[in-house]
Design a protein around this ligand. Structure first.
Ligand code: ADP
Ligand code: MG
Length: 898
């Protein structure tokens, strides 16, 4: 291959100097991608590829206009690419290009959706204890939020759980973790985050500490209490250096180091979040999720906060109590609440605007939006202060977090500076109000004076010359000119100098006009420059108030989120749960928060405490087991966000984690899970859950052969009951497990009742104590319209099974009149009766004698025979369920053909 030179060569050498996935290089009015990048981008974004020849070679090339770069880069970043942007600038001898920024999933400012986009770093350090020490840092550059924590003596599962609660868009694994394949595989499998290998030096303790000090001030580490937390500091330093290196210019928005204890939050791993459908349904839709159901926020920031509350429930009773009290007050004060929500409806996203101001990307409209939103704070605060119940509630404290005076003065400054409806560009003037700056005022006076001289010129000239068809206009080539209609061109005075002849008119200029034109152009240019400079100053001053704007933004968001809880509670008749430090979970007449929206829901009770710790939930298919258990998890979760809950009454002892696992069978069908994953997740639960956790196991063990499944479920139950002592609900179709309820004192059986009359089943959806007494599967088959002979035969087989008796396989004579037996399945051995001896059963007393072989031949053809043989030789316990399904399908096809 020939060495590329020229523009492609420049591209390739810039590309080599960056570790970004793609490079967009400015070439005049376009940003171009070349070579492999061109093809990748074209494919992702449906762009046209052309060929660029360069010194005898030809390279693919794809480009976008300079002004359109942002949406293209956004689209690429959303797909997980890191995109470097090289800008072109003038130099003494032509122009040069250099990479000015790298846009990555975690540092992407122009995010189109309102949810947070976290960039995370995760660092592991070996420690003396059993587990390792993990440091985690999270930055949302779109809002300037920065949080760190450290987990001591933890295992990888705990670290990953913590990571997932932030749902990061991009993760920087620390030096030690990069070489841990197991860890990376887990990370990739359970998260959509892009993985970026950021320079190892930036994780180095000394450097990281220095970086953090530089950003937040020398004393900060000590004052927020992470002075000695090396892993946390390493993670924080790496995140900061990465944001700086990508050059998106948002570091200034990161003003505050927030340290949180992982112990403050309820552990919710990625699987649990998915199973509980917190922000997406299992099908991946946001509609129908818990968030979608309870979200009545009216601002983007409020929605973001509410979502975070659901993803990161709290364990701090004081904080939950404060939120509950605010929600309670808001439920009672409907008028004030709706007034506040209406006010909030006009708010813009202050946290994001603060970030845009500090990165220098805010325009005048952004600053106007900031002003209008800042001005809402006193309105909301007054509404709270004027309503006694609200004023006495913790809601008032939420608002006092933002400095009202400083807010008012920033809002006033912006209001006095910017015109009401500023233009979308900041280089064309028209941004500022009169009276903001004396010098600008003078300039504007002069400029407008010159403009009005021009405006009145046509009238003056008409009066002076008597010409009626005369106008003054301006265009790019001719500048200002006087235009006179063809019929009157003979009447123009001598000083009119002709500059152009058109079909119906002529254009002239006069010395005064030339002079004024020069004035106007000069004034215009000065005015644009001056306004731009003033605007940059103003933006910089606003950026200095980033923290204030973030405070106000968060205060408004909190009021919005709390009001949203109140609205949902009122509209759906939810109650305030009693959140305690105890370890019971009592739910009276509880409902499932999402299912109740679309169904006439049958409420159910739940009671768990020290002595009644583990419930085995049985009941027919479709009776409501899964719903009942999820409802318990969701009521607990909602209570720990400060929300009211769907129940008549509830007492929720605070939990430290919620763990759910749904048996692989339900997910297998959707190709989403394997038995291996099911077991890995069960393993994670058995490692992580404590006596303060809530564990939900739904048909665990079902993804494998029956005997294996029962054994695993049995052993896991014993382990949870005896060792972990977690509050647990376990739904199972293994009736065998109900025996545990009789023998382990804290294990109880409950069942979802069904009513049976005349062989028909009605699901009552009511949970009662005790195990379910029989399987309703056959009844469901009946309901579904399975032909009667099959249903009645199923009943017979079921009875035999219950009595542990052998079941014979039935066939029939060629004439169909006799029932015969071809083989007997022996339950004890799990096989067909040995020796291939099939017996003739006398069903009609016919004396006719036939050998077994003859009889079999008469009934079974070769094809059927081969299916039977295969069936006979198949080891059910050793065959995964999907394969079994496939097998049965295949046999059915073969029999159809036979
Ligand atoms: P199972 O896990 O026992 O197979 P599910 O919990 O999946 O049953 O519930 C089956 C169906 O019954 C679902 O469509 C669910 O919406 C509905 N359902 C469950 N519990 C209730 C209830 N208490 N009231 C009304 N409908 C319910
Ligand atoms: Mg179920």
């Amino acid at each position: 291959m020939t060495e590329a030179t020229g523009i492609v060569g420049e591209f390739l050498s810039l590309k080599e100097g960056t570790d970004a996935d793609l490079l967009a290089m400015q070439c005049g009015d376009f940003y171009e991608f070349f070579a492999d990048d061109a093809e990748r981008v074209a494919e992702e974004l449906d762009l046209k590829v052309s060929q660029k020849s360069s010194h005898g070679s030809s390279y693919p090339m794809a480009g976008v206009p300079v002004d359109d770069l942002t949406p293209y880069v956004s689209a690429l970043v959303e797909r997980g690419y890191r995109v470097a942007v090289a800008d072109q600038h003038e130099t003494a001898d032509g122009h040069a290009r250099e990479i000015t920024r790298v846009v990555t999933p975690g540092t992407h400012l122009e995010s189109s959706d309102a949810s947070a986009r976290y960039l995370a770093a995760l660092v592991r350090q070996a420690s003396r204890g059993e587990g390792d020490t993990y440091g985690l840092a999270f930055a949302d550059v779109t809002t300037g939020r920065f949080q760190v924590t450290q987990l001591d003596d933890a295992d990888p599962a705990a670290a990953l759980s913590e990571l997932y609660t932030f749902a990061p868009a991009e993760v920087l694994p620390g030096p030690d973790l990069r070489n841990d394949d197991d860890f990376l595989v887990q990370l990739r499998e359970r998260s959509d985050a892009a993985l970026t290998l950021h320079a190892t030096e930036s994780f180095e303790p000394g450097r990281a500490r220095h970086r953090v000090r530089e950003q937040f001030g020398a004393e900060t580490l000590e004052s927020v209490g992470v002075e000695g937390d090396e892993a946390a500091i390493a993670a924080a330093g790496a995140v900061l250096s990465y944001v700086e290196e990508t050059g998106v210019g948002t570091l200034a928005a990161v003003t505050r180091l927030q340290v949180y204890g992982a112990r403050e939050h309820v552990a919710l791993d990625a699987t649990t979040q998915r199973n509980l459908e917190l922000t997406e349904t299992m099908q991946g839709d946001s509609s129908g999720s818990l968030f979608d159901t309870v979200d009545h926020t009216v601002t983007a920031a409020g929605g973001r906060l509410l979502r975070r509350w659901l993803q990161r429930p709290r364990r701090d009773r004081g904080e939950l109590h404060r939120r509950q009290s605010s929600v309670a007050a808001l439920t009672h004060e409907a008028m004030a609440r709706e007034a506040i929500r209406e006010t909030l409806g006009d708010a813009y996203d202050l946290e994001r605007l603060a970030s845009r101001a500090t990165s220098g990307s805010a325009d005048a409209r952004d600053l106007r939006a900031a002003q209008e939103t800042l001005a809402l704070l006193p309105e909301v605060a007054d509404a709270v202060a004027e309503t006694e119940r609200l004023a006495d509630s913790p809601l008032a404290d939420a608002l006092s977090g933002a400095d009202r005076e400083a807010t008012a003065s920033l809002a006033a400054e912006l209001d006095a500076a910017l015109v009401e409806d500023p233009p979308g560009t900041v280089t064309q003037g028209g941004l500022f109000c009169r009276g903001y700056d004396d010098e600008l005022d003078d300039l504007i006076d002069e400029h407008e004076g010159a403009l009005s001289w021009l405006e009145t010129l046509p009238q003056r000239e008409k009066d002076r010359t008597g010409i009626t068809h005369l106008s003054v206009d301006r265009n790019k080539t001719d500048g200002y000119y006087i235009q006179v209609g063809k019929s009157e061109t003979g009447d123009v005075p001598d000083e009119y100098e002709q500059i152009k002849t058109l079909k119906n008119s002529k254009r002239y200029t006069i010395p005064e006009l030339d002079e004024k034109e020069r004035d106007v152009l000069r004034l215009e240019e000065r005015r644009h420059e001056m306004e731009y400079e003033l605007f940059e100053d103003l933006r910089a001053r606003v950026a200095e108030h980033a923290t204030l704007m973030q405070d106000v933004g968060r205060a408004l968001a909190e009021v919005d989120a709390l009001a949203s809880f109140a609205v949902h509670a009122v509209e759906n008749d939810w109650t305030r749960p009693d959140v305690t430090e105890g370890d019971e979970l009592t739910i009276e007449a509880g409902r499932h928060p999402v299912v109740e929206q679309t169904t006439e829901f049958v409420p159910n009770d739940l009671y768990l405490d020290r002595d009644r710790r583990f419930l085995i939930v049985t009941g027919p298919n479709m009776s409501g087991k899964s719903t009942y258990m999820r409802q318990a998890a969701l009521v607990t979760l909602l209570a720990q966000t400060g929300s009211f809950v769907p129940a008549r009454a509830a007492t929720v002892g605070l939990v430290d984690g919620i763990y759910t696992r749904v048996g692989a069978l339900d997910e297998l069908a959707q190709g989403r899970s394997t038995f291996m994953v099911e077991m890995q997740e069960l393993s994670n639960i058995l490692h992580s859950a404590t006596e303060d956790s809530l564990v939900i196991l739904d048909e665990v063990g079902r993804g494998t052969a029956t005997f294996d499944g029962i054994s695993i479920a049995w052993a896991a139950t014993e382990y949870i009951v005896n060792t972990l002592e977690s509050k647990t609900l376990f739904a199972t179709h293994y009736h065998e497990l109900t025996a545990l309820g009789d023998n382990l004192p804290t294990v109880q059986n409950v069942h979802v009742a069904a009513d049976e009359t005349d062989g028909d089943v009605t699901f009552l959806r009511t949970v009662r104590d005790g195990p379910t007494d029989r399987s309703y599967g056959v009844h469901v088959a009946d309901l579904a319209g399975i032909p009667d002979p099959v249903v009645s035969r199923s009943r017979e087989v079921l009875d035999r099974l219950r009595e542990d008796k052998a079941i014979e396989v039935r066939g029939s004579d060629a004439d169909g009149s006799n029932e015969t037996t071809q083989a007997v399945f022996d339950l004890g051995s799990g096989q067909f009766a040995p020796g291939g001896e099939t017996q003739r059963v006398e069903t009609d007393g016919s004396p006719e004698a036939a050998t077994a072989d003859e009889s079999a031949e008469a009934v079974i053809d070769a094809e059927t025979q081969s299916v039977l043989e295969e069936l006979q030789s198949l080891d059910v316990n050793e065959t995964p369920p999907v394969e079994l399904m496939a097998k049965v399908q295949q046999w059915q096809d073969e029999l159809d053909e036979a």
